[in-house]
Design a binder for this molecule. Structure first.
Ligand code: MG
Length: 164
C-alpha cells in the first residue's frame, strides 16, 4: 500500500533565461535552458511521482518535441501529474529533494518553493523536503554549467481506493 519513486534532472545554465526552481523565480544572472520553463526541481519531483507507479517519465507525457509545452509552467504540469496519481488511487505521503547548484545561495528561497509545491500538490508543506547543496566546484554543476535536482516520493494508497 506504499510505493516509492525517484527522479533526477539537470538543465544547462545560460544567459537571458529566468531561473525558476520549485515554481519560484530566483534573481540570478543565469537561468535554466529548456523547452518548458526548465524548472529542474519540479521535473525531478514529477519523475519521482510517475516512477513510483511505474508510469514512465515526464518526457512521455509532455514531450519536448510538442510545441504546446514550449515555455510551459512546470507547476501546471505538476498539477496534471498529481491528478494522474490521484486518479489511480494514490496520494503523496511525503517527498524529499536536493537541488545541486553552486550559485546562487538558495536557502532564502527554499521555504517559498515548499509553499508553492505544497499548494499545487494540495498537501501540507511539512510533507515536502527541499534541500540545497553545492557540488564543491566539482563536475558540471560545480562549474556552474547547470543545475541538477534529485527527488524521492513516497506514495500511499488513498482510503476507499483499495483494490483499484
Ligand atoms: Mg527537465
Amino acid at each position: 500500500m506504499i510505493r516509492i519513486g525517484n527522479g533526477y534532472d539537470i538543465h544547462r545554465l545560460v544567459r537571458d533565461r529566468p531561473l525558476i526552481l520549485g515554481g519560484v523565480n530566483i534573481p540570478h544572472e543565469l537561468g535554466l535552458l529548456g523547452h518548458s520553463d526548465a524548472d529542474v526541481l519540479t521535473h525531478a519531483v514529477m519523475d519521482a511521482m510517475l516512477g513510483a507507479l511505474s508510469l514512465g517519465d515526464i518526457g512521455h507525457y509532455f514531450p519536448p518535441t510538442d510545441p504546446q509545452w514550449a515555455g510551459a509552467d512546470s507547476l501546471k504540469l505538476l498539477a496534471q501529474v498529481n491528478q494522474l496519481i490521484h486518479a489511480k488511487g494514490w496520494k503523496i505521503g511525503n517527498l524529499d529533494s536536493v537541488i545541486v547548484a553552486e550559485r546562487p545561495k538558495l536557502k532564502p528561497h527554499l521555504q517559498p518553493m515548499r509553499d508553492r509545491l505544497a499548494t499545487v500538490l494540495n498537501i501540507p508543506a511539512d510533507q515536502i523536503g527541499i534541500k540545497a547543496t553545492t557540488n564543491e566546484k566539482l563536475g558540471p554543476t560545480g562549474r556552474e554549467e547547470g543545475i541538477a535536482a534529485y527527488a524521492v516520493v513516497l506514495l500511499v494508497k488513498e482510503e476507499g481506493e483499495l483494490g483499484k
